[in-house]
Design a protein around this ligand. Structure first.
Ligand code: PGA
Length: 241
């Protein structure tokens, strides 16, 4: 793992955006694995700026997102499809037909998961997967557990995660209890992985990811087995390294 420590969130966002921009410049048809949450918002703002200045072109880029809440439609303001449109896709020259997010309203969830993995395989896999990390060490919605699932699957959210995500909803009761998520195997197949984390609340999880023992209790520790991971963290999140 390569670890880059930045002074603060702004610098983290710029460093991460530059990593992404280089991938797109080297391969205009890049397949980008993207993530939602608070962590990537600054990075997406930087990418929008670069696109508007003509420094990067998304017209041939394809994106694949990690996860989606079950039961929320794409136009629900807290759905991850809505987040991606609103935070990034509506502001860059990407073809929305080339942006994939699992369908949280799929009638047949099992089929949706199978099709999602098949789509990623058909695209040839992701060139890079962006990840945030949960306070409890989850990546996407792969929560700490005694066993972890490889492919895209339906999962329950832990109380920790429901609490952490309640800040985006009016009340905690509105946070969905289940989600569709790419599995650890799917994430590990990406050619490159970039993890971003900011703030002291992530310090324990960052330590577990970078130097803890590899364990299903700390899903992010699995990333130690991938050969091209860049961890970009600010000083607060790097505190325990
Ligand atoms: P955050 O979430 O970026 O909103 O902190 C990260 C995560 O839970 O994966």
């Amino acid at each position: 793992m390569k670890v880059i420590v930045t002074k603060n969130y702004d610098e983290l966002s710029k460093v991460a955006a530059n990593e992404m921009a280089n991938i797109i410049r080297n391969n205009p048809k890049a397949i980008l694995g993207l993530a939602t949450g608070g962590s990537p918002v600054g990075m997406y703002k930087e990418l929008i700026k670069m696109n508007q200045l003509g420094e990067i072109d998304f017209s041939k880029v394809t994106t694949v997102n990690l996860d989606e809440y079950v039961g929320l439609s794409g136009d629900h303001p807290q759905s991850y499809r809505y987040f991606m449109n609103n935070t990034l896709f509506n502001h860059i020259n990407i073809d929305k037909n080339n942006t994939y997010v699992p369908n949280g309203l799929a009638e047949n969830i099992e089929e949706e998961c199978k099709n999602y993995d098949a789509k990623i395989a058909e695209l040839g896999g992701t060139d890079v997967q962006l990840l945030g990390i949960g306070n409890n060490g989850h990546i996407a919605f792969n929560e700490p557990d005694t066993s972890l699932v490889s492919g895209t699957h339906l999962t329950g959210l832990t109380d920790d995660t429901i609490k952490a995500n309640a800040r985006f909803f009016d009340t905690i009761d509105e946070v969905p209890k289940t989600a569709l998520t790419m599995g650890l195997g799917g994430i590990m197949k990406s050619k490159k992985i970039i993890v971003i984390a900011s703030g002291e609340s992530k310090a324990e999880a960052v330590k577990g990811m970078v130097s803890g023992k590899i364990s299903t209790n700390m899903p992010a520790s699995m990333l130690q087995m991938h050969r091209d991971v860049v961890v970009i963290v600010d000083e607060d999140a790097a505190k325990l390294l």
